[in-house]
Each structure stands twice: as C-alpha cells, then as structure tokens.
Design a binder for this molecule. Structure first.
Ligand SMILES: Cc1cc2nc3c(=O)[nH]c(=O)nc-3n(C[C@H](O)[C@H](O)[C@H](O)COP(=O)(O)OP(=O)(O)OC[C@H]3O[C@@H](n4cnc5c(N)ncnc54)[C@H](O)[C@@H]3O)c2cc1C
Length: 455
C-alpha cells in the first residue's frame, strides 16, 4: 500500500529542508526523502565545511599579521588534524540542528534513494509514497574536465574540503568561487598552491576591477596564479601529477578540479515522470518553480540561476507556498547576493559595469577604497574596494561589487536598499555608524551621486 503525504520533498539540502518546514507550517503532512546525510551537500560537504576550514586559515593569517598590531606571537603551528576535527564538529552541530527542526515540525524523514514512478508516486527501496505535491531538491554534483577525470590524486571540491592531511603541493583547476576559496584556505594553512584558470582572469564572472583586486590579494598570500591557459596535458608520476599549463609545468601532490557542476538527477526518474529539461540540461521551471508536470516543482541547483544555498532556500519557500495554493513572492535571480569567502572576501549582486553598459544603461560608477573611510585603516584593510554600479536617470542601483574584509556581510545593505526600491542617492544620505566599513558603501553611493566626501 502506498503511503500518502500532502507534500513529498526529495533532498534535504538548504532547498529541500526549508521547503519542508514551510510546507509543514502551512499544514501539509510532509515527508523528506534523503539518501545521504541530512542537511544536503551544503551542510555536509560544501558551504559549511569550506567556511569552517577557511575560518582556521583566517585565524592563522591574523596571527601572522599580529606583529603589525603590536602583538608578537611568531609563526603559528597548524595542527591540521584539529582543523579537520573542528570542521566535523561544526557540520555535526548544524546537521543536528536541521534534524531537530524536522522533528519539531513533525516532518517524516525517509532514508533512501527516491525514484519518481509517475502520477505522483515515489519509490524508496521497498516503500511507495504518493502525493499531489512533489518538490525535487536533489542538488548538483561536480563535473570533471576533459583529461582530468576524478580518481587517485585528482579530486573534486567536496573531497578537497574533507582532507585529513594537509597536501604539500596543491593545484586548483578553476578560479571561480570554489577554486578561489580552496586556494586561499590551503595556502594560508601551509600548502604550496597553484591556481589555474583557462580564462584571462580569476573570478571571471565578477566585475573586472574586482578580479584584478582579488588577484593582487591572492598573489600577496603566496598563491601562484596562472590565467589565460587551460591545462593542456596531464602526467601521473608515482605520487605526483604534472600539469602543463601554457608554457609552464605545475607539479602537485593533489589536483582539485573546481570547474563546474551539473544537476544530480541520475536514477531520479525524470523521463518516467515526463519532466522537461531546459537548453542547459537543468530542469525547466516557471517563476513559481513549477516543472512541465503538474504537481511537481524543482528548486535549488537543479534549476536555472546561481547555484547558491540561499537561492535554493528561497525557492523552497516559493515552491512550498505555491504548492499550497498561496500567492508567493517572485525571485529576482540577478539580485541574489553572491559571496566568495576567500581572502580578500568578495561579494556582489546585480550587473557588473560591463554588463550594465552592454544592457544600454546610462551607467554611473561609484568606486571607493576601504582606505577612504576610517574603519579601513583602523581594522587594517585599506586595500578593499567597493564599486557601485547605477543608472543615472533615476538613481537606480544596478549592482554592487566588493573586494575586501566582511564583503559578504556588507553587500546585504545594498541588496536590501534595491529590494525596497531605494536608489544610490538615498543610500548616500542614510546615516551610517562610525567607524564602520559600511561607511565605504555610503561613500560609494555619494561618489555615484557626484559628491564623494572622503576621497
Ligand atoms: C565547495 C562548495 C562550496 C560552496 N559554498 C557555498 C557558500 O558558501 N554559499 C552558498 O550559498 N553556496 C555555496 N555552495 C553551493 C551550495 O552548496 C548549493 O547551491 C546548495 O547546496 C544547493 O542546495 P540544494 O538544496 O539544491 O541541494 P544539495 O545541498 O546538493 O542537497 C541535495 C540533497 O539531495 C540528496 N539526493 C540527491 N538525489 C537523491 C535521490 N534520488 N533520493 C534522495 N536524496 C537524493 C543528496 O544526497 C543531497 O543531500 C557551495 C558549493 C560547493 C561545491
């Protein structure tokens, strides 16, 4: 006999578990099917472990800089086993929290691999579940590059954050957000790191000025940055891998491929259920995350837009509310804040300067270094930079790009201003506390409005 639920969710990552809680709040009898650990990849192998290891690297870097602040402590000793143990304990604490939330909201957790059987049916081992509402939230998996298949010393980002031994020489292929975070963490923990990017700059999807500032920061940390050439040959030698990149040869003990991901749909039964894909091979959805099949929604890394945890969670709320027949909010994909937690921190949303020009806006740029405001000097990051992109006609904020300390926290102010229909002339006249780095955002808004005070 099939077990009936009001809502079935496949996957317990930040998309799936948030959708489940919202569904349960709306009175739906909800089940979540998960074949791996609760919390999905975000909590277990991606965002959270990455940030836990990066935090250790940040502390090591601060200790190295302590002399500048009058505190002499010498070179720190890295106990990588303890770094790993802390990573595991952070994961356990957060996944335990999600398990608690499932219980508190009376959500049934079903362990196993889900396969859609059509007409609202889902098979999990011997069990059959049915529902008029199914939300797919199975996330994404890392993709290898041609000639760099995973195996042996060639690993993906998830394995790279789960290492229990610090590699002496690490090559990271792909200088997007994931690759930049890995390089910046491991170099500061003591590995020799080469960061390889086929395109002509690191963080190639960021604004060009931000890529430049980030590259300067990476080189200062000791990362060898190779841009503009793909890996053209790979040679395995005992415990070493040799990569040919342009006219250089990079020798490494471990190679991490951080160059793209694809939807995790193997065995999910999309064809049986008749679910259509879009031209990028992702599940095709409308604004309310409805797939081509009535009663089935898809969210998170399975669908278009930036592959980010908070985007997955927001889509989980939209899909759950829509499935319950509620009017819900739209999602503006370009205004979702993006963050890279390397050093220097990078964060952005909206259009880059080049995109704004290409889109035909009357572009105005407000650009200030952190050093323009007191906090940059007080806290020791004068090189950070805020670049606000606006449209002159109505003072609209089109985007903002930050490279420097606390960028992922700072960006939210302008995301909120834009969402509340505020423009840069308004941000320029909102009183900001002193001395804070957020004053640099206010000054960037003033610069865009033509009356920069500090600079
Ligand atoms: C190294 C790394 C670092 C990242 N850092 C950040 C960051 O700092 N901030 C950020 O916002 N984003 C970050 N991301 C992206 C973020 O991890 C993803 O966008 C997010 O996890 C997507 O959430 P999701 O709910 O769609 O899927 P996931 O978190 O991938 O969860 C999907 C779940 O579905 C389960 N599943 C799959 N198939 C089935 C099946 N057939 N049956 C049952 N269960 C199934 C899987 O086991 C998994 O647990 C990072 C990604 C990587 C790789």
């Amino acid at each position: 006999m099939a077990e009936e639920f009001d809502l079935i969710i496949v996957g317990s990552g930040p998309g799936g578990y948030v959708a489940a809680i919202r569904g349960s709040q709306l009175g739906l009898k909800t089940a979540v099917i998960e074949r791996g650990p609760i919390g999905g990849r975000c909590l277990n192998v991606a965002c959270i472990p990455a940030k836990a290891v990066l935090r250790s690297a940040d502390i090591a870097a601060e200790i190295r800089e302590a002399g500048e602040f009058g505190i002499e402590v010498g070179e720190p000793t890295i106990d990588f086993a303890k770094v790993s143990a802390r990573r595991v304990s952070v994961i356990e604490s957060l996944t335990g929290g999600v398990a608690g939330l499932m219980k508190k909201n009376s959500i049934e957790m079903v362990e196993g691999s889900a396969t859609l059987t059509g007409n609202g049916g889902v098979k999990v081992g011997e069990r059959e579940l049915t529902s008029k509402r199914i939300i797919l939230a199975t996330g994404s998996v890392g993709r290898p590059l041609p000639g760099l298949d995973f195996g042996g010393q060639i690993i993906g980002t998830e394995e790279a954050w789960a290492l229990d031994k610090l590699p002496a020489r690490l090559a990271v292929v792909g200088a997007g957000a994931s690759g930049a975070e890995l390089a910046s963490a491991y170099v500061r923990l003591g590995s020799e790191v080469t960061l390889i990017e086929a395109l002509d700059r690191v963080l190639p999807s960021e604004d060009a000025d931000i890529s430049k500032a980030a590259a300067r920061g990476f080189k200062k940390q000791g990362i060898v940055v190779l841009t503009g050439s793909p890996v053209s040959a790979v040679e395995h030698q005992d415990s070493t891998v040799k990569l040919t990149v342009g006219d250089k040869v990079v020798e490494a003990d471990l190679v991490v491929v951080a160059a793209g991901r694809g939807p995790d749909v193997e065995g999910l039964g999309l064809e049986t259920a008749g679910i259509a894909l879009d031209d990028r091979g992702l599940i095709a959805v409308d604004d309310a995350l409805r797939t081509s099949v009535d009663g089935i929604w898809a969210i998170g890394d399975l669908v278009r837009g930036p592959a980010l945890a908070h985007k997955a969670s927001d889509e989980g709320i939209i899909a759950a509310e829509d499935s319950a027949g509620l009017a819900t909010h739209p999602i503006i994909l370009s205004d979702i804040p993006r963050a890279t937690f390397c050093t220097p921190n990078i964060s952005s949303f909206g259009l880059t300067e080049a995109q704004a020009i290409e889109a035909g806006h009357d572009v105005v740029v407000g650009k200030v270094p952190y050093g323009a405001v007191g906090a940059g000097t007080v806290y020791g990051d004068r090189t950070g930079v805020v670049k606000l992109i606006g449209d002159r006609k109505y003072g609209e904020i089109l985007g903002c790009h930050i490279c420097g300390a606390k960028a992922p926290e700072l960006i939210q102010e302008l995301v909120n201003a834009k969402a509340l229909e505020g423009g840069y002339p308004e941000v320029a006249r909102i009183v900001h506390g002193h001395p804070t780095l957020s004053e640099a955002l206010m000054e960037a808004a003033r610069a865009a409005d033509g009356w920069l005070i500090h600079g």
